[in-house]
Ligand binder design. Structure first.
Ligand SMILES: NC(=O)c1ccc[n+]([C@@H]2O[C@H](COP(=O)([O-])OP(=O)(O)OC[C@H]3O[C@@H](n4cnc5c(N)ncnc54)[C@H](OP(=O)(O)O)[C@@H]3O)[C@@H](O)[C@H]2O)c1
Length: 276
């Protein structure tokens, strides 16, 4: 069977679609934004730092039409402003990527309450609030029953297993990411009949500002714990996001998809430094 028999272009093209990627200014959000643009979508990105957001949109414009709408999505005013600007510019939104997030690590004895407040707010509450606010625009896509609106939440392999690489506790982070996965399933129940799919990507280690220290100090452990012996690469994050956004992924719904080189099913749990 040839590529044209399968309609490969039709399966994976995002031409004509509009996407919003939160936290698109760097890291995983940037990787996803680049992939969606290269597949043909027009992409809006948001982040708190306006200058970084504008600069990222400018550099992403090398791959397609990308615009920055800076906003803090944990603040009611920021969320409202973002939604008003999207609704003012677009009659429909085809893809919402809830990617913006934060992490916090500390010893058990000193782990601060404030970490829970901050992480639950950006990693979980904002995912719900933004999806809730933009559902009318996602419903308005109505391209066809075979090509629903898409919500893609970025969870983490740390919501699937307990991380051991750093030696510090990430209690609020792991709890928030498990919450993202379950929220994904709950939203899938709510939104499926409204012609919107909801899925989560659970990444393993990808290079970003969030993981910078890990890559600097624990690269051997990252590689040891991955069943493929390495960290993830940009195009591997772009690829899963394109699949979930395209015709190819239209029947994938309520799924939490690990993209972690098998790290979350690897129970070796010993550090590379203690490997014999
Ligand atoms: N990198 C990994 O290995 C890895 C693994 C598993 C899961 N993840 C998840 O992937 C997502 C992205 O992580 P990353 O590694 O790319 O992190 P990152 O480099 O720190 O990027 C985080 C992005 O989110 C934005 N952001 C943070 N708080 C925000 C807020 N309140 N409102 C709007 N934007 C906000 C940041 O921009 P501003 O600071 O300017 O707001 C930035 O664009 C997170 O949900 C993370 O938990 C990452």
């Amino acid at each position: 069977m040839s590529a044209s028999d399968l309609g490969i272009e039709r399966l994976f093209s995002l031409t004509g679609k509009v996407a919003l990627v939160t936290g698109g200014s760097r890291g995983i959000g940037y990787m996803i934004s680049q992939g969606l643009l290269q597949a043909g979508a027009r992409v809006y990105i948001t982040a708190r730092n306006a200058k970084a957001c504008e600069e990222a949109a400018q550099s992403l414009s090398a791959y397609g039409e990308c615009q920055a709408i800076p906003a803090d999505i944990t603040q009611a005013a920021g969320l409202q402003s973002l939604c008003e600007q999207i609704c003012g510019r677009e009659p429909a939104l085809h893809i919402l990527v809830n990617n913006a997030g934060a992490a916090w690590g500390d010893r058990f004895e000193t782990y601060p309450d404030s970490a829970f407040d901050k992480l639950m707010s950006v990693n979980v509450k904002a995912v719900f609030s933004l999806t809730q606010a933009l559902t009318p625009l996602l419903e308005a896509t109505a391209l066809s029953a075979g090509d629903p609106g898409r919500v893609i939440n970025i969870g983490s392999m740390d919501g699937l297993h307990i991380p051991t690489v750093t030696g510090v506790g990430t209690y609020a982070y792991t709890a928030s990411k498990a919450a993202v996965h379950h929220l994904t399933r709950h939203l899938a129940v709510e939104l499926g009949h409204r012609n919107i799919t909801v899925n989560a990507i659970a990444p393993g280690f990808f290079p970003s500002k969030m993981t910078d220290q890990l890559f600097t100090h624990h690269l051997a452990d990252i590689e040891h714990n991955s069943l493929l012996g390495r960290a993830g690469q940009d195009e591997e994050m772009a690829g899963i996001a394109i699949y979930l956004s395209a015709r190819a992924g239209a029947y994938t719904h309520g799924a939490v998809i690990p993209v972690d080189g098998g790290t979350s099913i690897n129970w070796r749990h010993s550090s590379a430094s203690s490997k014999t």
